[in-house]
Ligand binder design. Sequence first.
Ligand SMILES: Nc1ncnc2c1ncn2[C@@H]1O[C@H](COP(=O)(O)OP(=O)(O)OP(=O)(O)O)[C@@H](O)[C@H]1O
Length: 261
Amino acid sequence: MRADIRVESLTHQYDEHVTALRGISTTVRQGERVAVIGPNGAGKTTLVQHFNGLARPTSGRVLVGDRDTAEYPISTLAAQVGFVFQNPADQLHARTVAAEVRFGPRNLGRSAAEADAQVAAALAATGLTELADAHPYHLAPAQRKLVAIASVLAMDTPVVVLDEPTTGQDAFALDVLSAVLADLAERGRTVIATTHDMDFCVENFDRVLLLTDGELVADGAPAEVFTDTAPHRLPQLFRLAGELGWDSRPTTVDEFVTMLE
Ligand SMILES: Nc1ncnc2c1ncn2[C@@H]1O[C@H](COP(=O)(O)OP(=O)(O)OP(=O)(O)O)[C@@H](O)[C@H]1O
């Protein structure tokens, strides 16, 4: 099923003093890879929490496919939109890695055999197969984050949202994460991630939404959003290309090397 996400004039007010989103409108089409960036408190987490009902509009609408999220519980929306929390402690609850990863597919009504296959695939994709019997809380923080990612992958949702997936990750886990995102894209899944890591952003995403103070101030390809006059830090590859006087902007190291030759 296609699960385009349509955001229409979305406003979110936490209380009378805090308006986190101010009239956001945008559409994310099935299969897109979208990064949401912006300064602390810009509203990134609040925006993506609307995609599976973790946050509800104060005004405006969010539709996933033909469903208005305001009319469905999180349990229904979760079958369409998997959500990896910024802090694994908000998500993990089981006593073993395998049980944790199995919870999602079983909860969605998959058979035991289907769930077993999805757990095996998710553990393999995140490099956790050997740790299937470990307790999630005995793992290193980077591995715990991978467990949180695996438990969403196992649900095999058309859309996967990751809130700050690079925070606290080591180089190995970042490579695993990039491979997971590439595989999701190859299988036509939508991938949306909030991030402060501009290098991760250009290397893994085709489209960037820039939020500032609850407003969507830029929406385009990385080369359009990361201009030399942009207020945020530029990705290293873009800075290097700029210093070399190049007009185009490589988004991966491979592209950079090819352009050097
Ligand atoms: N549960 C809450 N109650 C009240 N205000 C909140 C709550 N959650 C977030 N806010 C406020 O809403 C605004 C947007 O927060 P949000 O976490 O969405 O921003 P963000 O861009 O994800 O920030 P960060 O990069 O720091 O994670 C901020 O002013 C924040 O303090």
